[in-house]
Design a protein around this ligand. Sequence first.
Ligand code: PAP
Length: 356
Amino acid sequence: MATSSMKSIPMAIPSFSMCHKLELLKEGKSKGQEDHEGLSYEFQEMLDSLPKERGWRTRYLYLFQGFWCQAKEIQAIMSFQKHFQSLPNDVVLATIPKSGTTWLKALAFTILNRHRFDPVSLSSDHPLLTSNPHDLVPFFEYKLYANGDVPNLSSLASPRTFATHIPFGSLMDSIEKPGVKVVYLCRNPFDTFISSWHYINNIKSESVSPVLLDEAFDLYCRGVIGFGPFWEHMLGYWRESLKRPEKVLFLKYEDLKEDIETNLKKLSSFLGLPFTEEEERKGVVKAIADLCSFENLKKLEVNKSNKSIKNFENRFLFRKGEVSDWVNYLSPSQVERLSALVDDKLGGSGLTFSLS
Ligand code: PAP
């Protein structure tokens, strides 16, 4: 009798999504603590006054200067905005995460340093063979000004080359000086989402449960992703590139995949170092494209084993490197929702994407 009545009591087995939520609650404390490690009381008070949403990687994303951002990134950006002094030849590479930042850093570094490090003869001392592109072109917010630091940039060789995910509106005061150039690399929002989702799940610690695609997708479409909404990030740089093409060059990942050599020439000319006829004859453009290709960078030892940005293994920066991988992940209703959003937000701006 006792056995049968026990059998009839339904077991309280939580559903998968319930498990995920419980896991998040458990993680919450340590994630939150890690997020806020080393932040001053005043800074935490300021954070508390900002709107916040569930983060992808950290407990929260905060709405700071109109974009979503992690606590540590806000600290770094505030230090950058206060202390960075631009110089006339500075080059700033800008992206929203997962748009091809690593590729753009490799290309710009190789173009700008090609007279010192010849990409055609490619001796073993070429920095790209032993350093990840993130080590060669530092981020303002993850490297130079991380933890609120104020770096001494006076010893950097000219042209100083930096990178950032900061939206244009929050960057513009720092780069206004004539001669400072900005290169923005944009990627279609479908692939950018899938790349971000994979990356977040790859870099999370094993004790943390995966971020479900549906949940991440909903946040993305509501604009809640680091440095998002994605449409505002893209439009900020897009409009500036139309207004001041000599100041902001707008490139697209899909165009680079389709015709890298034409885009390399465009980039090189914009940076004030156009390829000479002799260089073209010698195959310099092709050599740069090959050196910086996904296939080549992915197989280098430095990109298989090291960590260039704290806690993030380089190998996760090189996943597939393709256009339209999103077709393997998004449901028809998700495609419909994101397409409608892109039409709504970018329609009429002139900014369009080829999705295949
Ligand atoms: P980050 O913002 O964290 O620096 P970022 O480099 O912008 O990342 O994006 C990584 C994406 O660029 C990956 O896309 P995937 O997930 O769709 O595969 C990565 O594979 C791709 N990528 C990295 N290097 C290259 C390259 N040399 N050529 C083309 N794509 C690349």
